[in-house]
Design a protein around this ligand. Structure first.
Ligand SMILES: [Ca+2]
Length: 252
């Protein structure tokens, strides 16, 4: 009987430790679950990459950071507009993230903007899934009242219901950011969010039997932190299996 009670208590503790209210898509910090890239012959490392001549890297000391130690610095060159940008991968469930639409209704992010055209500007996010939008993605501009303020941190968001009905929110491979004007931009704290309180969010996730990783919590081991349970309590993704192929199969 004592063994049974101990066992029940053990699993209760595991369950308590496994439900967190915060879901980070990417915050660019060290050891946040982002898979390490084995081939380091070119920069940048793990967190994302630039395209069409955009130069990207983690922020250097003294550059704008919203929280933690690093943000993501993007320099968009002069030239054809809206063609240069950056892809960002998620810290956990990389290249295959469940946005848990039952509990979250938007993605939010912080941006520090220094465009060549001085002023406040909207930002485009492009979403890619493992279904209809695997190759082309779908681009959504932030609303008119959602503009990155000139040279100060601004929180912007995109609602999931602005995406097409057939976009697969359970299997998101990556998101990309585009700015209309050339200039320098910093991104940080990209999060899945809702209008609910932290407690409501936590209850929703636990009800759905989702485990969200918190890399600041020592009680959760690294293996659990890079994996997620589906509704049946089984692993939806094992990051360890992805490590070998993630960057050869999915990078542009
Ligand atoms: Ca950060």
């Amino acid at each position: 009987m004592r063994v049974l009670i101990s066992t029940i208590l053990f699993f209760f503790q595991i369950l308590s430790a496994s439900c967190f209210s915060e879901t980070i898509y990417q915050n660019f910090e060290n050891n946040n679950g982002t898979p390490h890239r084995d081939n380091r012959d070119s920069l940048p490392i793990e967190y994302g990459w630039g395209f069409n001549e955009a130069v990207v890297q983690r922020s250097a000391p003294g550059e704008p950071v919203h929280s933690g130690t690093y943000s993501w610095a993007v320099t968009v060159p002069q030239g054809p507009k809206v063609h240069a940008g950056t892809a960002i991968i998620s810290a956990t469930q990389s290249f295959n993230m469940n946005f848990i639409e039952y509990c979250y209704d938007r993605i939010s992010f912080w941006i520090w903007s220094d465009p060549s055209q001085v002023g406040d500007h909207t930002v485009m996010l492009k979403f890619f899934d493992q279904g209809q939008y695997q190759d082309t993605g779908v681009g959504i501009w932030t609303k008119e009242n959602q503009r990155a303020k000139y040279r100060e941190w601004t929180r912007l968001e995109i609602y999931f219901n602005d995406l097409p009905q057939d976009f697969d929110l359970k299997h998101v491979t990556k998101i990309e950011f585009f700015n209309y004007w050339d200039g320098t931009y910093y991104y940080d704290d990209i999060l899945l969010a809702s209008g609910n309180s932290r407690q409501q969010e936590k209850e929703c996730l636990c009800k759905q039997k989702f485990m969200i990783c918190s890399h600041n919590n020592d009680s959760v081991n690294q293996k659990n932190c890079v994996s997620i349970f589906d509704e049946k309590g089984e692993y939806a993704l094992d990051l360890i299996q992805l490590k070998a192929t993630a960057f050869t199969n999915h990078r542009e």
